[in-house]
Design a protein around this ligand. Structure first.
Ligand code: ADP
Length: 262
C-alpha cells in the first residue's frame, strides 16, 4: 500500500483520476494504521487483567494459605474478571455501533429523573470520595427530552462516573440544565479534578485513550467510557464535548434533543 500513481498532470482525465486514487490510498493507509493501533491497544487492555489473575492464582497455589488469604485472592481475581468483562462489553458495543447495529428507540422522558437515578447508582463511590453533587437550573429541564433512554443513560453515567472518579476527596460536582435554541437541552457536568488539557479535549473520545498521567497512576478504566458515551449520544442526534473552564476541573457538555410538544 505504499505505492502511488505517478500521473500528476491534473489537467487531463487520467491525472485527475490519479489524484482521486492517491487520496483514497492515503485514507486506506490511515485506516489500516488505526486498525493496527486499535488491535494492539485492545490486546494490551485484555492482557493486563489476565496477567494479574494468573499471578494471583499462582501465588495461592504456592504453599499453605490462611482462609483469609484465600478469600482475598479470590476477591482480587473476581475484581479483575469484572474489569475484563467491562472491557469486552465495551468493545462489543463499539463494534456493534460500527456495524450499524445499534437499535435506537426514542421515547420522551424526564432528564432530571434519569440524572437522579444515575447519582443513586454511583452512591457508593460518591460516599467513598465524599463528593457532593449539586444540581442547578432544573427548571430548564421541564420539557422532556426525546431520545433512547438507555443510550442517554449510558452516556451520562460514563461522564458522571469519570467526574466522581477524578474528583478530589470532598470535591463538588455541579450538574446544570440549560435550554438551548433549536429544541435542545444541554446538560453540563463540572468537576474539581485535574481537568483535561486543551490538546486532549478531542482525544479523550478516542478508544483506549487515557491521559498519560492517569494511565501512569494506575487508576482503573480502559479508556472506552467516553468513546461509548459519544457514540451513544450521537446515535440520538445529540452532542458531547469538553470545554475550557477557568481554574481547575473539567467541564463536559451533553446536548440532547428536547422538541417542544406539538
Ligand atoms: P476511562 O475508563 O479511562 O475513564 P474514558 O474514556 O472514560 O476512560 O476517559 C478517557 C480519559 O479521559 C481518562 O482516562 C482520563 O485521562 C480523561 N478524563 C475523562 N474524564 C475526566 C475528568 N472528569 N477529569 C479529568 N480527566 C478525565
Amino acid at each position: 500500500l505504499h505505492g502511488r500513481l505517478e500521473i500528476e498532470d491534473e489537467h487531463d482525465e487520467l491525472g485527475r483520476m490519479a489524484t482521486v486514487l492517491n487520496s483514497l490510498l492515503s485514507r486506506l493507509e490511515r485506516s489500516f494504521a488505526q486498525l493496527h493501533r486499535f488491535t494492539a491497544d485492545a490486546a494490551h487492555e485484555l492482557k493486563t487483567p489476565l496477567t494479574s489473575i494468573r499471578a494471583v492464582g499462582e501465588g495461592v497455589l504456592e504453599g499453605e494459605q490462611s482462609p483469609a488469604a484465600y478469600r482475598e485472592a479470590v476477591s482480587s481475581m473476581l475484581e479483575e474478571t469484572s474489569r475484563l468483562n467491562q472491557t469486552v462489553e465495551g468493545l462489543l458495543l463499539l463494534s456493534k455501533a460500527e456495524a450499524g447495529q445499534i437499535v435506537v428507540q426514542p421515547t420522551r422522558f424526564d432528564l432530571r429523573e434519569l440524572v437522579d437515578e444515575i447519582v443513586a447508582l454511583l452512591d457508593v463511590l460518591i460516599d467513598e470520595r465524599r463528593v457532593t453533587i449539586r444540581q442547578i437550573g432544573a427548571e430548564a429541564a421541564q420539557t422532556p427530552v426525546s431520545a433512547d433512554r438507555t443510550l442517554v443513560r449510558t452516556c451520562v453515567l460514563n461522564v458522571l462516573h469519570n467526574a466522581v472518579k477524578f474528583s478530589p476527596e470532598g470535591g463538588v460536582i455541579t450538574v446544570a440544565y440549560e435550554s438551548r435554541e433549536e429544541n435542545m437541552l444541554r446538560l453540563s457536568i463540572l468537576d474539581e479534578g485535574p481537568g483535561i488539557a486543551e490538546s486532549d479535549r478531542q482525544r479523550v473520545f478516542e478508544r483506549f485513550f487515557r491521559v498519560r498521567a492517569v494511565r501512569a497512576s494506575g487508576a482503573d478504566g480502559a479508556g472506552l467510557g467516553l468513546a461509548i458515551a459519544m457514540l451513544a449520544i450521537e446515535a440520538n442526534h445529540g452532542k458531547i464535548y469538553f470545554d475550557a473552564r477557568e481554574g481547575e476541573g473539567s467541564l463536559c457538555y451533553i446536548e440532547i434533543p428536547a422538541p417542544a410538544v406539538a
